[in-house]
Design a protein around this ligand. Structure first.
Ligand SMILES: Nc1nc2c(ncn2[C@@H]2O[C@H](COP(=O)(O)OP(=O)(O)O)[C@@H](O)[C@H]2O)c(=O)[nH]1
Ligand SMILES: [Mg+2]
Length: 250
């Protein structure tokens, strides 16, 4: 991947998104002039090949980072961001490939960072934000999971698990994204936690989130447990660090 002066790179992790990826790439190209980096974990359905054929056909600035085995969302983002930052300072956008994240919001997310935010979150839980056709249980888990994480960790954002975001390169370097360990929703929460702790200015852009129609969600009990355990662990270390600092001051 070569830095070409474009203002932002959209990083998209994929695993078996053959039925969605072309429409997504078309949507992104129609919405904004960006470079695209797809991080694919050798999807058996040939997602990576579809992306490369699309890039050739359209002469688009799209790169595929192929990884040998399915290794999780968090590692995919870490690898993608590292690749982008190696080439210089550009805004890093993250979004899902399953058409839940509408590219029409990309200009607003990117502009927010260009105008001085350290991060912008595509948020379902601010006025103007919405979720379409999620089952009740999933709505409940997401809404209360967000409240729990924000309340426990003092995050002051409404959608800490959103996977549709833009980051300034300076923030990604400052929070040492390579050392984030969490995978699924935990990855988004840990990134938000580090950003807030580092004093980041975070903007929330209302989005309408649409549940995937094609393909399968990779959400599992394991991912939910991971996120829950992470929030509790971060809460504990926040308390511990707060105490140590307090102790030192006296
Ligand atoms: N590279 C890679 N991408 C993944 C992996 N797991 C999920 N994804 C992608 O991450 C995005 C979000 O996953 P999804 O299953 O839609 O999660 P959900 O939105 O929480 O149901 C999609 O673009 C997936 O294809 C993985 O292990 N590796
Ligand atoms: Mg999804």
């Amino acid at each position: 991947m070569e830095s070409n002066g474009r203002r932002a790179v959209v990083v998209i992790p994929t695993y078996n998104e053959a039925g969605n990826i072309e429409r997504l790439l078309e949507g992104i190209r129609a919405a904004v002039d960006v470079e695209i980096l797809v991080v694919d974990d050798s999807s058996p359905d040939g997602t990576a090949d579809i992306v490369e054929r699309f890039a050739q056909r359209c002469g688009a600035d799209i790169t595929v980072l192929r990884r040998p085995v399915k290794s999780g969302l968090g590692t995919a983002y870490r690898a993608g961001f590292a690749e982008v930052l190696r080439e210089g300072d550009r805004i890093c956008v993250q979004m899902d490939a399953d058409l839940s994240h509408d590219p029409i919001y990309l200009p607003a997310l990117i502009s927010a960072v260009e105008l001085g935010a350290d991060a912008s979150l595509g948020s379902r839980y601010v006025p103007g934000g919405r979720i379409e056709n999620w089952p009740r249980l999933r709505l409940f888990l997401s809404r209360w999971g967000n409240r729990y994480a924000a309340g426990m960790l003092g995050l002051a954002v409404n959608d800490a698990t959103s996977g549709f975001r833009a980051y300034s390169p300076h923030l990604l370097r400052r929070i040492d994204v390579g050392s984030v360990r969490a995978e699924g929703y935990g990855f988004q929460i840990e990134m938000t936690h580090r950003a807030v702790r580092s004093g980041a200015r975070i903007v929330e852009v209302p989005i309408t989130f649409v549940d995937r129609v094609v393909g399968e969600s990779k959400l599992s009990h394991h991912i939910i447990n991971e996120a829950f355990g992470l929030v509790n662990r971060l809460w504990f270390t926040d308390r511990l660090l707060g105490r140590l600092r307090f102790g030192r001051r006296r």
